[in-house]
Write a protein that binds this ligand. Structure first.
Ligand code: ADP
Ligand code: ZN
Length: 524
C-alpha cells in the first residue's frame, strides 16, 4: 500500500500537504469518520481522493454538482486515476459501462448525485451493495442542514449510509457552515464519532468592499475599468433578466462578458462556463446558479449587484475570487430597494413561519454586515464562529474608516412620518412617499392624499433624497423600522418606540455624497 504522501507526489504532482490535509487523510485512511470545514480553494478534494486511492475499493463521492462531474472525472482520468460517475444525464449504455467497471473493482472513484441514493432501494443502492467501497465522501455537506442556506432534501437520506455500511469511513466536507450548521451536519449524518477539522475561514487575499448602490452599472464599469481591466471576474445578479441586461451592457462597453443562468439552454450554459474556465480575462454575469464547484484559480473579482440572501451565500460566492492566493476583490453594491425586495420575497415565500423566520434571520445578518462600521473581515469570521481577529487592514472599512454620525433626529423624523400616516390617516406607504413628504415635495400622490397637510411635511429638507434612502436602509438594517407586504410598505417595530421617545440614540454610517468612489485612481 502506497503512503499518502507518495500518492500526493506521484499521482497529483504536489510536493507537500497543505494545512490539515494530512491529518484528515490519515484519519480516513485509518477507517475513521471526518467532518471537514475548509474554505473554497482550501484543497478539500484531495482529502477524499487520496484515501480512495490508498484504501481498497472505490471511493464513492456524493455531490449535487452534476454539471461538473464530467469535468472532475476527466481531470482525474488525465492524472491516471480511474474515475466514473452515475447521474441522470447519462443514457443506459453509459451507466452500464460505469456499473460494470465498479463491480469489477476497476474504479478508484465513483461520483454520484444524492438523488441516486434517495429512497434507499434504488438501482444505485443495490449496485453499491455488490461492490467494495473504500469510503463515502459527502461533498457540499451543508446541503443536509435545514438551517443552512442551501438545503436539499435528498441529502437527508444519506444518514442511512452509516447504517448500511457501518465499517466504511465517511468524510463530510463543506466550505460554508456557521457553528449552528456545523452541528446540524454532524447530527443529521450521524457523525457522532467523527473527528472535526475546522480550517480558518479567512481568505486574506480577498479585499471585501460593500458600497451604497447609486448607479450600479456605472459603479460596476468603474470597478472593472480602473481596477480589473482585462481580468477574469464573476458578476452576480438576482434575476435572469438582470443577468441578460448587465451582460449586454458590458459587451456594449467593449468588455468581454457572457451570461449564465438556469433559463439558458444547457448547451449555451455549458459553452459559456467552459469559455470562462479556459479563456483569459472573461467576465461571467450570472445568477447564483453559477459557480458551485468551479475551480478557476485566477478569478480576480466577484461583484454582487444585488444583495445576497445570507452571509453564507455571500461568503461562498465571494470565495470564488482569488483561489490562487493573489490579491482579489469582493465588491457588493447594496441599496434600499434590495432590502425592500428581499423582505417582500420572504413574506411571499412558501414554507411555514419557522422557515420565513430563518430567512429573515439570514437576511438580518447580511444587512448587519453591510451596515457595520467595523472591519468587514472580522465580522465575517465572527459569523462563522471564528472570533477575536482584529481589524484586517484589507477591507473597505479598515482602509477608509467610515465616519459614524448621530442619526437620531433624522430617524425620529422618518419614524414619526410613518407613525403619523398610520395613526392620523390609517395608511401605510413605501419609503418613497415618506421621503417625498419629508422633503416637502408636492407630487401628484402627495396632493392626492393631502399629505402636504401633515405636520411632518417638509421637515426633512436638510438631507438629500439619497441620504434619506440611506437613513431608511440603516433603520431597516438595525430593526428600528420594517417593511411588509406585497407593496413593501414601511411599518414601525418594537424598536421604533424608544427612538421616537428619545431614549435611544441611532448611530449611522456616513456615506459618500457621490458614491461610485473607488480606491484606485481613475487618472482623471
Ligand atoms: P476546494 O474543493 O476546497 O475548493 P480544491 O480541492 O478544488 O479546493 O483545491 C483547490 C486547488 O488547490 C486545486 O487546484 C488543487 O489542485 C490545489 N491543491 C490542493 N491541495 C494542494 C497541495 N497540497 N499542494 C498544491 N496544490 C494543492
Ligand atoms: Zn478589515
Amino acid at each position: 500500500m502506497d503512503g499518502a504522501l507518495d500518492v500526493l507526489r506521484r499521482v497529483f504532482g504536489y510536493e507537500a500537504f497543505r494545512g490539515e490535509q494530512q491529518a484528515i487523510i490519515e484519519q480516513v485512511i485509518g477507517g475513521g469518520d471526518a467532518l471537514v470545514l475548509m474554505p473554497t480553494g482550501g484543497g478539500k478534494s484531495l482529502c477524499y481522493q487520496i484515501p480512495s486511492l490508498v484504501r481498497e475499493g472505490t471511493g464513492v463521492v456524493i455531490s449535487p454538482l452534476i454539471a461538473l462531474m464530467q469535468d472532475q472525472v476527466d481531470a482525474l482520468t488525465a492524472l491516471g486515476v480511474r474515475a466514473g460517475f452515475l447521474n441522470s444525464t447519462q443514457d443506459l449504455e453509459e451507466r452500464r459501462a460505469v456499473e460494470k467497471s465498479f463491480l469489477a473493482g476497476e474504479l478508484d472513484l465513483l461520483y454520484l448525485a444524492p438523488e441516486a441514493l434517495a429512497g434507499g432501494e434504488s438501482r444505485t443502492m443495490r449496485l453499491l451493495e455488490k461492490g467494495t467501497i473504500a469510503l463515502f465522501a459527502i461533498d457540499e455537506a451543508h446541503c443536509v442542514a435545514q438551517w443552512g442556506h442551501d438545503f436539499r432534501p435528498d441529502y437527508l437520506a444519506l444518514s442511512m449510509l452509516h447504517e448500511r455500511w457501518p465499517d466504511v469511513p465517511r468524510i463530510a466536507l463543506t466550505a460554508t457552515a456557521t457553528s449552528r450548521t456545523h452541528a446540524e451536519i454532524a447530527s443529521r449524518l450521524n457523525l457522532d464519532d467523527a473527528r472535526h477539522f475546522v480550517a480558518s475561514f479567512d481568505r486574506p487575499n480577498i479585499r471585501y468592499r460593500i458600497a451604497p448602490k447609486a448607479e450600479p452599472r456605472k459603479q460596476l464599469l468603474n470597478l472593472i475599468r480602473t481596477e480589473h481591466d482585462g481580468e477574469a471576474g464573476i458578476v452576480y445578479c438576482l434575476s435572469r433578466a438582470s443577468v441578460e441586461k448587465i451582460a449586454e451592457f458590458l459587451v456594449s462597453q467593449g468588455i468581454a462578458a457572457l451570461p449564465y443562468h438556469a433559463g439558458l439552454d444547457s448547451r449555451t450554459r455549458a459553452r459559456n462556463q467552459a469559455r470562462f474556465l479556459r479563456e483569459d480575462g472573461l467576465i461571467i454575469v450570472a445568477t447564483i446558479a453559477f459557480g458551485m464547484g468551479i475551480d478557476k484559480p485566477d478569478v480576480r473579482f466577484v461583484a454582487h449587484l444585488d444583495l445576497p440572501k445570507s452571509v453564507e451565500g455571500y461568503y461562498q460566492e465571494t470565495g470564488r475570487a482569488g483561489r490562487d492566493g493573489l490579491p482579489s476583490t469582493a465588491w457588493l453594491a447594496y441599496g434600499l430597494q434590495d432590502v425592500v425586495q428581499q423582505r417582500k420575497m420572504i413574506d411571499g415565500s412558501e414554507g411555514d413561519l419557522a422557515h420565513r423566520r430563518m430567512l429573515a434571520q439570514h437576511l438580518d445578518a447580511m444587512l448587519a454586515l453591510c451596515e457595520t462600521v467595523d472591519c468587514r473581515r472580522s465580522r465575517l469570521l465572527a459569523y462563522f464562529g471564528q472570533e477575536g481577529s482584529g481589524p484586517c487592514g484589507n477591507c473597505d472599512t479598515c482602509l477608509e474608516p467610515p465616519e459614524s454620525w448621530d442619526g437620531t433626529v433624522p430617524a425620529q423624523k422618518l419614524l414619526s412620518t410613518v407613525l403619523r400616516l398610520q395613526r392620523e390617516r390609517g395608511q401605510k406607504f413605501g419609503a418613497g412617499q415618506s421621503i417625498d413628504i419629508l422633503l416637502g415635495r408636492r407630487t401628484e400622490k402627495v396632493s392626492q392624499y393631502r399629505h402636504d397637510e401633515l405636520t411632518v411635511f417638509g421637515i426633512g429638507t436638510d438631507l438629500s433624497d439619497p441620504q434619506w434612502r440611506g437613513v431608511v436602509r440603516q433603520l431597516l438594517a438595525q430593526g428600528l423600522l420594517a417593511v411588509e407586504g406585497e407593496y413593501g410598505v414601511l411599518v414601525l417595530t418594537d424598536g421604533s418606540g424608544p427612538v421616537l421617545g428619545g431614549q435611544r440614540k441611532v448611530m449611522m454610517r456616513r456615506e459618500p455624497e457621490r458614491p461610485a468612489k473607488s480606491s484606485g485612481s481613475s487618472g482623471r
